[in-house]
Ligand binder design. Sequence first.
Ligand code: TXA
Ligand code: MG
Length: 315
Amino acid sequence: MQRIETISLTEADLSRAVDILNTGGLVAFPTETVYGLGGDARDGKAVARIFQAKDRPSFNPLIVHVAGIAEAKKYVHWTDDADRLASAFWPGPLSLVLPLRDGHGLSPLVTADLPTLAIRIPAHPVAQKLLQAFKGPIAAPSANPSGRISPTTAAHVHAGLDGRINAVIDGGACEVGLESTIVGLAKHPTLLRPGGIPVEAIEAALGHSVDRVVTSESINAPGQMRSHYAPQASIRLDAQRPRENEVFLGFGPVDADLNLSQSGDLVEAASNLFSHLHTLDRTGQPIAVSPIPNRGLGRAINDRLQRAAAPRSEG
Ligand code: TXA
Ligand code: MG
């Protein structure tokens, strides 16, 4: 695999960072919480590269960063509680989970195909300038390899991701040093992850209490909510060819109804996964899927396909 150049950027070089984002590349940037690993949230391949760079074994939903409230409202259904929390804490270390709007234009990989989106307006001046210059939504998990601690300096990002991303903007040490607080507003207000803003401050701004989800399972693995990922149709994995009556989701140089990647490119395959599954599911026929190599992004693709293929008892 080609070694990716790593560049340090100063604030004056933001146009270079914007060029990288516009061409599907990855730029780590400082926020007030931790350094984020940013990619264009509308570009499925850029989002797939985020998962690849972090070497995540599954597709967790990512937080989308925007410059202002008007932009947030383009992607999610807004509520009164969202208004209260946004006026109190944005820009700042708070992420809100709200229902996705139709026609949002984001890659389905960003939300791991959930019907909700985690969104935030960061306060860090470099993050703000980057978002204003890019004029679009930036998907950004913490800029660390999967399973390692979150980076609070550009040096941490270099240590973890050197050679795997295009650039890091060095904005010094992060002030908060702890990830954003995540509040779910899609249903009853719920604390989904404690973080930079204490829950008491959230409750004071809302004028009422919030539910607390404290198990790390439910926070970090919404993939366990199997029903979100399961197509209506049955799925058969590791299929060399379809049986009569099945539609075929191919990978590599095979004759198929839809192909995740004819050339066997796992980044392309990940970016097509959810949309192809939805398209084939609409045929109402069972879906057979080519074998996907279980390396790199292939592990996350297989994880999701196995969930979709698992027998389901719950709704
Ligand atoms: O401070 C932060 O939030 C940093 C900076 C870079 O903004 N970002 C960050 O992202 O911590 P990440 O990917 O490391 O954590 C995102 C968390 C995950 O636990 C994920 O499960 C949750 O947000 N999440 C994202 N979308 C969600 C959704 N629609 N519903 C529930 N949880 C969601
Ligand atoms: Mg993280």
